[in-house]
Ligand binder design. Sequence first.
Ligand SMILES: C[S@@+](CC[C@H](N)C(=O)[O-])C[C@H]1O[C@@H](n2cnc3c(N)ncnc32)[C@H](O)[C@@H]1O
Length: 269
Amino acid sequence: MTPPESPRFYGRRHGRRLRAGRQALVQTVLPRLRVSLPAEPAAVDPAALFPVWVHDIWLEIGFGAGEHLAGMAERHPDIGFIGCEPYMNGVAGLLARLDRNTCRNVRVFDDDARQLLPYLPDRCLGRVFLLFPDPWPKVRHHRRRFISAATLDLLARLMRPNAELRFATDDGACLTWTLEHVMRHPAFAWTPAGRDDWRTRADDAVPTRYEEKALARGARCTYLRIIRCADAVQDQPSLSLPSSSSRDIRSHEQQRLDREPDVRRTGHR
Ligand SMILES: C[S@@+](CC[C@H](N)C(=O)[O-])C[C@H]1O[C@@H](n2cnc3c(N)ncnc32)[C@H](O)[C@@H]1O
């Protein structure tokens, strides 16, 4: 099978020269945490990326300097996090935030998330974060926005029914664009829980750098929890089976247990 064509990335990959400590982290820690693309699409086994048992996989697209990713990984040690970020200074920022514990449940794809998505298996994700994506305000640049019919198609394949896509922005035009695309897509729904649901960050969420800057200058931030709907036929719930989510992840875990019986079965992580 030919690998999917690489999409063009318009953002920055490098900023100021990294300080020696951060450069060292990029050279020594990143290779251990990096998600590499295999030869075949849909061939990355997400649960097998982690040295510890994870009961779900959450993906953050464009983690910036990694405040949210590192914070969430610490709050949810039993979740495997994959963060995508092509901006190397941001990646170095994340690495500086990770400690011995979070290093175990965070993996990094240091490139455009759209390159990774085709390599992940169906319904492997329980949550996706797209927090303060580049708004690309000029009309001629709107097509560069991360949300598009094509990326929603990819996410629809990867997210299990009822999985959540958390989106946040302080940009009204980017919000409208996202809502229009989401409402048009049959696999996604946004149904706010209450009148001001979109004005508050999720309870377990960690503020991002971009968000804090926006709030400090008095901008209004909007938070959407977009749900991956069940497909009419394909996703009919089966009453006798556990959800496909746990089934998929557990089968990965079982395969790993089969490979490494002694350590895992005695409960050491
Ligand atoms: C405005 S910044 C927000 C960063 C962070 N989420 C925050 O809230 O502080 C957008 C980030 O998305 C990253 N980004 C843009 N397009 C991306 C893509 N296709 N895949 C992964 N990251 C992307 C950029 O490099 C940038 O770091």
